[in-house]
Design a binder for this molecule. Structure first.
Ligand code: BEZ
Length: 328
């Protein structure tokens, strides 16, 4: 019986006449989890992602990927991409042995170092190639938001996709502020803490809910609108004023300061902190109805939903059947 035999053919990277080998450049970047070394082959190609590799345990980028990336047929692929080969900390050639007791980063933390590498290189998109532990790290990175960089991830947290693609002056301004922040490393630490936050575990009627007056505001086109609506559903309705702001994205305090100011005045007034003389003229003319409605309701006996209508440019406040309008 004929036997099928596997024959391994290793083809060296053929250099065409006159072709010079690509220069590799090794860099190290400081990350919140220590220094990470990576080697870049080729030059960035406009409008093309970089290929970023992450090796498995017991290997480094060369022992893991050299046979593949130097394989003959691979050349026509990789010549179209810049390649970034990451070495996990302490795995790079010539790495010193870590001191006894050194706390090696978790795979999640290693995934969190990838944005630092991309930011350092100013690369916005990648094609990830990972083996074993490296595949886990790249998957973890992709799960936590495969966007161009920490700055882009943060922008995606602050603003809706519609706002970002509209690229208004405000978006340009905030993209510039964040991308060029001299303390971006610190911002990243805050971002990491935010992403590792615990659930507040609010429960309406349960022991864990806010007992103080709350004004909850969200833009109707905010990236986290659903989360804020859900939060409202878990708060005590007698203590909570919920304002969903029409025509507003992720940062109503930036885009709708006037409407927010007016809502805030009502909130403070509800707590007895604002004399009606401080209210704007138009607000003042409507304040009486809000105040009387609050007292009709037994002063916070029910939740108040403030909804702002885009057509009339008015704020309406109060429980169903007790709608108050205030001008913005
Ligand atoms: C590359 O061309 O990307 C490459 C070369 C040597 C080792 C690994 C990758």
């Amino acid at each position: 019986m004929a036997e099928l035999q596997e024959v391994q053919i290793t083809e060296e990277k053929p250099l065409l006449p006159g072709q010079t080998p690509e220069v590799a450049k090794t860099h190290s970047v400081e990350t919140p989890y220590g220094s990470v070394t990576f080697t870049v082959y080729g030059t960035p190609k406009p409008k093309r992602p970089a290929i970023l590799t992450y090796h498995d345990v017991g290997l480094n980028y060369k022992t893991c990927f050299q046979p593949l990336f130097q394989f003959g047929d691979m050349q026509e692929i990789i010549q179209n991409f810049v390649r970034v080969h990451v070495d996990a900390p302490g795995m790079e050639e010539g790495a010193p042995v870590f001191p006894v007791g050194y706390q090696y980063p978790s795979l999640d933390q290693l995934a969190d170092t990838i944005p630092c590498i991309l930011q350092y290189l100013n690369f916005s998109t990648i094609i990830g190639v990972g083996v074993g532990a490296g595949a886990y790290i790249l998957s973890r990175y992709a799960l936590t938001g495969l966007t161009s960089s920490i700055a882009e991830m943060i922008l995606g947290h602050l603003f809706s996709q519609e706002e970002l693609s509209g690229n208004s002056e405000l978006i340009q301004k905030y993209r510039n502020i964040i991308t060029h922040a001299p303390n971006l490393e610190n911002i990243e630490l805050y971002w990491n803490s935010y992403n590792n936050r615990r659930d507040l575990n609010f429960e309406r009627g349960g022991d864990i809910t806010l007992k103080c007056p709350v004004m909850l505001v969200v833009g109707d086109q905010a990236p986290h609108e659903d989360a804020v609506v859900e939060c409202n559903s878990k708060l005590d309705p007698t203590q909570t004023s919920f304002l969903k702001m029409a025509d507003s994205g992720g940062q109503p305090q930036l885009t709708q300061p006037g409407k927010l100011t007016e809502a805030f005045k009502y909130f403070l007034q509800g707590m007895g902190y604002m004399a009606s003389s401080c209210m704007t003229r138009l607000s003042r003319s409507r304040t009486a109805s809000l105040t009387s409605a609050a007292s009709i309701d037994g002063n916070r006996s029910r939740s108040r939903t403030l909804s702002q209508s885009s057509e009339s440019g008015t704020l309406s406040s109060g429980p169903p059947g007790h709608t108050m309008e205030v001008s913005c």
